[in-house]
Design a binder for this molecule. Structure first.
Ligand code: F0G
Length: 421
């Protein structure tokens, strides 16, 4: 099985281009990476992965940001807005409160457009240029559209985004709009938007930059590489567990790929690979259902609902890559309520870290698993927070306290303050 941790490095096929090729995770068919536009396998429609003839070691990484990891990517540089290099915050109060040996927050909201999507887009838009495509497109719950619009405009390319009407947070639409994307609001949910973008891509109307595109995930591998390097620097060991919110399961797949490549390169022992632990909102939890039922396939949920609109997704397209990732690393998946998500958003805010609701799901999930005794007290854990608080100002304001109106004179201000005494 190509997605097992112990799989050997595959032989280089004749159609590799400068040591890079695409390979189907289901049937093993290989394809030249940049000759034609291709998102899935021609033979069996399986998901594709990018493969390399040589896998880098930690010593090969140099520089800053995503392109520090160029040796693990298909190009040496991309269409960049200085993405990556995000903080790995200490949260001592939360660490104590949840009750784990170490807890660090990898805050991807500190990327240029405020989410981890930038890491995928810097690579994906570079590939789009290589392929010479015209229009770039994505379906999005918001963040992908913001990143696509920004990186597309950086690369001087036309961008089109399909959003579920009424279900995308204000900050994200504002970004896509200002960066010049053409925005279509579809009267249906995200999964239908993605069906439409796949249809547009197959008709040659646009180049698809959702996480179904294997090159996006190459950029997102760098989240895992940064977390590992950060833990090695601070604790001299990699984390026991990485907890992350799950929508399309792109990050879960990307982190797993980063770990597999390190294992194959002899840089990481199989036994040390962090346990990948996915968190979904209760109202949109098809991956959790599949993990709990031991199912090989994920059932598409047609009706999904959660305050964490970024992960309001019923058909996680990367499930065939992510399910083995969770299982082979001995991880798990858990769902959390909207109330638990908001509580975690407040917990993080109490440590000075502002995140959007979907991001807080990771911390909510960790707390739930720790309370259930599934996460042990001696574990060192990294929680991924995927997007910035300002992405969803309405959710932030609802989770915070209300402003108090006061008269326009100092006596009125003093009186209001003394009311508290
Ligand atoms: N967190 C945030 C803030 C997101 O925006 C997303 C996905 C996820 C988590 C889930 O990540 O898909 O890799 O499992 N947002 C996509 C979008 C779907 O359109 O912005 P995943």
């Amino acid at each position: 099985m190509s997605l097992s941790l112990s799989a050997d490095q595959p032989a280089v096929p004749a159609n590799a281009d400068d040591g890079v090729w695409l390979e189907c995770i289901e049937c093993g068919e290989t394809f030249a990476p940049f000759d034609d536009i291709r998102y899935t396998c021609d033979e069996c429609d399986g998901l594709l992965e990018v493969r390399y003839d040589e896998l880098p070691t930690f010593d090969d990484f140099e520089g800053r940001g995503v392109w520090r990891y160029a040796d693990a990517l298909p190009f040496d540089e991309g269409v960049s807005i200085q993405e990556g290099d995000t903080p790995l915050y200490e949260v001592p109060r939360l660490e104590d409160d949840i009750g784990v040996e170490a807890l660090r927050i990898k805050h991807e909201g500190m990327n240029p457009t405020g989410s981890f999507k930038d890491r995928g887009m810097t690579v994906g838009v570079r590939v789009a240029k290589e392929l010479g495509v015209g229009r770039l497109a994505c379906a999005s719950t918001g963040n992908t559209s913001a990143a696509l619009a920004a990186y597309g405009s950086r690369g001087g390319m036309e961008t089109l985004v399909l959003l579920p009407a009424g279900k995308v947070a204000a900050g994200k639409i504002a970004q896509a709009s200002l960066h010049g994307a053409r925005i279509l609001e579809v009267d249906d949910n995200f999964d239908t938007c993605l069906d439409f973008v796949q249809e547009l891509a197959s008709r040659g109307e646009a180049y698809l930059l959702n996480s179904l595109n294997p090159f996006r995930l190459e950029g997102q591998k760098t989240i895992g590489l940064e977390i590992l390097e950060g833990f090695l620097a601070d604790y001299d060991t990699v984390p026991d567990r990485i907890v992350l919110p799950v929508g399309n399961a792109g990050n879960t797949s990307a982190l797993y790929k980063a770990f597999r490549e390190l294992v194959q390169a002899g840089e990481l022992a199989e036994a040390d690979v962090p346990k990948l632990t996915g968190v979904q909102a209760e109202g949109a939890a098809p991956m959790v259902e599949a993990i709990e039922n031991g199912a090989d396939e994920v059932r598409r949920w047609d009706d999904v609902e959660t305050r964490a609109t970024a992960i309001r997704i019923g058909n996680p397209v990367n499930a065939p890559k992510a399910l083995p990732g969770i299982r082979e690393t001995d991880g798990t998946a858990v769902s959390v309520s909207d109330e638990e998500i908001t509580a975690a958003q407040r917990d993080l805010a109490g440590e000075g870290i502002g995140v959007e609701p979907a991001s807080a799901a990771s911390v909510a999930g960790l707390r739930k698993l720790r309370n259930a005794g599934i996460v042990d007290a001696d574990e060192r854990v990294a929680c991924l927070t995927t997007g910035h608080l300002l992405k969803d100002p309405d959710a932030a304001a609802a989770a915070g306290g209300d402003p108090e109106p006061v008269p326009g004179d100092i006596d009125g201000v003093l009186e209001t303050l003394s009311d508290d005494a």
